[in-house]
Design a protein around this ligand. Structure first.
Ligand code: ADP
Ligand code: MG
Length: 476
């Protein structure tokens, strides 16, 4: 039997507001437990939620970015359930009338084709608090700092057909919310996570199989592994004559498996109803226009522009447009030197150094202007690309500029023909055996000679000149 995999994701993006969705309490991460729980967060009787306008702007931006309809009128609803980290006894969310509907993401698949994944809806809601189990002396602690933090829940159509596609989709959403500046996308801190709905069906069957929902996946790697585990598990259950049970499962990354958490509640168990404390959200055409006017250039448009304007390869474009900060850095460098050279260095040497030190590009120890200073010295033949890497390393460690390092260390490339010729002549005179081999047609020996001359000049000879001169002399 051939099985087809069906996946739909519910992505939760924490919105990057300073204060909570319905109160003025701070949303900053990492504060002492319960220091950011005001009366609204605590669900005291008699207090009223007041909608933070910023979340409406953010949701509208997202809607526009994914080609969705931004609803002129949406409604907050109460989702009722009891849990210790939810003091009100209900979560304020949106149900029948969400703020965003009918969007899509276009994925580029490995074979280069484009596949459209539907976004059913995106709605605003408040996050719950956190239960703490560690170092609590056998009890459970409750931290309500996170309660009331604004979330945008982005629900996809069941359009994905593999774990890879699901990860690809999630990465695109991550990239878009970060470009829009509506979420920091920090997955370790839980600001960006997803629930993966997975089912399988025999190839050719129209009807969807029974799904399970894997909760709270907070890394791209875990999303891929959890889904792949779940696919295998479901196929095994069915092939052994059993039935997949609709349920919520948790992924255990230590054991790389999913485990049943609870049977799936029916949606109506939540007794959703419109929250009488909040007015419907009305979005005027003018408001939407003002949001549209403030939209940044989005990843896909930027990628297309980079291809047209700079003639870069698609692998480089992928890296350079992954985050807005990288794209901006690249463009600042490309404004001062050759764009392809800039692309090579930003994706290569700079990317490696940032990775190694675990830094974001905004924290780079070498800024765009300083990098231009170095790349200009490659362009005007002051240093070779190889020496430039050493200069780069020194700039990174010491913070000085390229020219100062080149001068202080005497790294200026030797372009003086006389000096290079002297070294070439000496190397040829000292290696008669290899000269013989070259003349007998062993072309590879040229590399040996180039190496010797570079060594004799501490790598400072211009490699192009060395090559040419060696060929001329050895062939004569
Ligand atoms: P709920 O709110 O109960 O989680 P929804 O109907 O809103 O249920 O669906 C949630 C997610 O599950 C959506 O992303 C949807 O595409 C996906 N989904 C629904 N049915 C299936 C299925 N049979 N297989 C895989 N994914 C599914
Ligand atoms: Mg769900």
């Amino acid at each position: 039997m051939q099985w087809e995999v069906v996946i739909g994701l519910e992505v939760h993006a924490q919105l990057a507001t300073h204060s909570k969705i319905f109160s003025g309490a701070s949303t900053a991460y990492g504060a002492e437990p319960n220091t950011q729980a005001d009366l609204v967060t605590l669900g005291y009787p008699g207090v009223l939620p007041v909608l933070n306008q910023e979340v409406v702007v953010m949701a509208a931006k997202f809607g526009l970015a994914v080609g969705a309809t931004v609803a002129p009128r949406s409604v907050f609803a109460r989702k009722n359930y009891f849990y210790p980290d939810l003091p009100k006894g209900y979560q304020i969310s949106q149900y029948e009338l969400p703020i965003v509907e009918h969007g899509h993401i276009d994925l580029t698949l490995e074979d280069g084709s484009v596949k459209r994944i539907g976004i059913t809806r995106a709605h605003l809601e408040e996050d719950a608090g956190k239960s703490l189990h560690e170092n609590m002396g056998g009890k459970t602690g409750i931290d309500l700092n996170r309660a009331g933090t604004p979330l945008l829940e982005i629900v996809s159509e069941p359009d994905m057909r593999s774990a890879k596609e699901a990860v690809n989709y999630m990465r695109r959403i991550h990239q878009i919310v970060r470009y829009l500046g509506i979420s920091d996308g920090n997955m370790q801190e839980g600001s960006f996570r997803c629930d993966a709905n997975v089912s399988v069906r025999p190839v050719g069957q129209q009807e969807l199989g029974t799904r399970t929902e894997i909760k709270n996946l907070n890394s791209f790697r875990f999303v891929e592994k959890a889904i792949n585990f779940e696919i295998e598990r479901q196929i095994e259950v069915i092939e052994d004559g059993g039935k997949v049970v609709q349920e919520t499962r948790l992924y255990d990354s230590d054991r790389d498996e999913t485990r049943s958490m609870r049977g799936k509640e029916e949606a109506n168990d939540y007794r959703y109803f419109p929250d009488p404390d909040l007015l419907p959200v009305e979005i005027s055409a003018e408001f939407l226009e003002s949001v549209k006017a403030a939209m940044p250039e989005l990843p896909q448009a930027k990628a297309a522009r980079f291809a047209a304007q700079y003639g870069l390869k698609s692998v480089d474009i992928e890296v350079l447009t992954a985050a807005q900060g990288t794209a901006d850095y690249f463009e600042a460098v490309a404004a001062g030197c050759d764009a392809k050279l800039a692309a090579n260095w930003v994706t290569g040497e700079l990317g490696a150094a940032l990775n190694r030190d675990g830094l974001d590009i905004a924290e780079s120890r070498i800024g765009p202007a300083a990098l231009i200073g170095l790349l200009k010295r490659i362009e005007d033949n002051t240093v070779s690309g190889k020496i430039a890497k050493d200069v780069f390393a020194t700039m990174w460690d010491e913070g000085s500029d390229a020219d100062a390092i080149i001068n202080a260390k005497g790294l200026k490339q030797i372009t003086d023909t006389g000096a290079i010729e002297a070294a070439v002549d000496r190397v040829i005179a000292e290696n008669p055996e290899q000269v013989q081999q070259f003349r007998e047609g062993k072309d590879k020996v040229l590399g040996f000679f180039v190496g010797q001359v570079m060594k004799a000049t501490q790598g400072k000879a211009n490699p192009g000149q060395v090559n040419q001169m060696l060929r001329d002399k050895l062939n004569s």
